[in-house]
Design a protein around this ligand. Sequence first.
Ligand code: SF4
Length: 214
Amino acid sequence: MLDAKETLQAIQIMGKTYPTTGSSLVADTPFHFLMAVILSAQTTDKAVNQISPALFARFKQPEDLANAKPSEVEPYIQTIGLYHNKAKYLVACAQGLVTQFDGQVPKTHKELMSLAGVGRKTADVVLAECFGIPALAVDTHVGRIAKRLAMVKADATVNQIEQTLMKKLPKEMWITAHHRMIIWGRNQCLARAPKCQTCPLLFMCQEGQKRTQS
Ligand code: SF4
């Protein structure tokens, strides 16, 4: 397993290769960003960004969405997966924002996770991106890379991955580490065909060493 120092070193090397960080979801307000994150489950940020301008223009405030029927939302999101359920979640989430939080996106895990369609990962991303509150959201890329690089145990759950990474990395690196691991997963350590031969982390990656030897 990589220790804390090596884990930080890996994140730093990722940053040298792909210096850009930040969410690729485009939104103008915390409310719209929350909508975008809910929509991004099991689809790409690119697909969400394609539909979000028209959706955001139609539902500018939580009240607009809270008063809509899911069937009114569906035409705006039907090009992405699970759109029936996502339409229901969006409306229920907006209703929660209006009734519980005066139409404002809350700033704690507990409050965010009380909203429909919001799990820990969504709450982490919203806290980090909208309010700069340190969080380390574990998505499919973060989980895969943490395991391949042995930053965490091979059988770690999503919760354990989050807790282990937060212990190994300084708090001020959590948001950056999340971004870098996602970029790494999209460009270098791809799910099906990781580019181990050209990977600057090969020297510390047993998984990559196994793959390049076979
Ligand atoms: Fe991923 Fe291969 Fe790089 Fe390891 S060496 S981080 S498996 S691309």
